[in-house]
Design a protein around this ligand. Sequence first.
Ligand code: GLN
Length: 485
Amino acid sequence: MEILTAQRLHKKFINKELSSFEITKFLLERIKKLDSKIKAFISVVEKEALDAAQRADQKISQGEINPLLGMPILIKDNISTKGILTTCASLILQNFIPPYDAEVISRIKNRGMVILGKSNLDEFAMGSSTENSAFGPTHNPWDLTRVPGGSSGGSAAGVAALETILALGSDTGGSIRQPAAFCGVTGLKPTYGLVSRYGLIAFASSLDQIGPIARDAFDCALLLEAIAGWDSKDSTSCNLKIPNYSKIIQEPLEKFKIGIAENLFLEKLDKNIKLAIEDSLSTFKKLGGEIISINLPHIDYALASYYIIAPSEASSNLARYDGARYGYRNKEALEINTMFSKTRSGGFGKEVKRIIMIGTYALRAGYYEAYYLKAQKVRTLIKKDFEDAFRECDLILTPATPTLPFKIKENITDIWAMYLSDIYTVSINLAGLPAIAIPCGFKDNLPIGAQLIGKPFCEDFLLKAAHHFQKNTDFHQKTPEIALG
Ligand code: GLN
């Protein structure tokens, strides 16, 4: 079966083989049928979706040609959508309806895309399995007893199960790439500053980026074109000309150098993943890649540095949820400080509380220098490691995850095992670089992902390498059994 990508669907729209309304209706039915098992969605906006599809069909019939017009998309539930519930998978925001759209939402609406609903995530994007959702876990479409990864687990599972064509996720330490790898789909974390964060509910502001999740690199390129670019409402947004990614990636791949850091092939790395990465290297060689050895000497400290910086920023960002203006409020308290503490202790889940406490601890007077400042210095060293490496090569290849998708509940009480699943991804956020996860193998019907890392703002080359890899492999074409019926 030919997989349904945005690229193919657009052709069908133009040739009048299928309308946006028909595919939207089809997907809404699939969601009804499948999502009680997968739980990729927190909310489905059926009426809005059908209305948007009808508007898109009208434009298509009037001859408007834009590759995303009428294209169905699923949005991670930490991205604000005007008039649509945006919960962050938290009890504290369970009734929150934003009065405005995030910048990325305004942009996809301008393109005439069709929002199907909001996807499940780890509460406030804190986690690697989507088990930390206040609304229950998402299940991996390849094996329902396993996690889809996280925190954008709903978005990745939704794409894998063909409940949507495209999805948006957010990535603070791996939350697009790790679930993409676990679900056998393609996910891109853009360079920090390429995509506006306005309206993304903040976890760690110096690390957060919104990015596309899709079946392949071509579709990621299409969606990135729509959401990337300067926004005056985000002070960290970069004012650069956005390339025509989907056009550039189709050009032939010139000779390039691909870096491998030996110290990333840890003892703990699953041997099947190691083999799949070695096979990927052979594919890249055939595509004109020269493999060189690089050194990333400070990478071993990335996880420790990340788990000080991200919680510190989170403890500050999440201070706003106190029940005073919006969100859940504990009504029993008779006095304001008790109201704050009861609201926060009742509204936040266990992992969010842990992250807030770690961050508050690290920022305490007298501890700031020992933890936060030191972690920032390590961050600078990691950034420099990548700058040095990228003087020698054009891309870096690593596994996306050290293990195959684990079982639901397997790591929930072992936070070290859980945090270790981000070992290959967090350093990229610390350095602000772009990276893409692409399917590169299977073991026992479970997907394996490779991570390609690029130079800052070189998403065009990153996507091009991923696209050519996918033209020569078929891992991204595989569909889980549950989605075939
Ligand atoms: N798993 C990581 C964390 O919990 C990354 C999450 C993310 O990228 N949002 O911090």
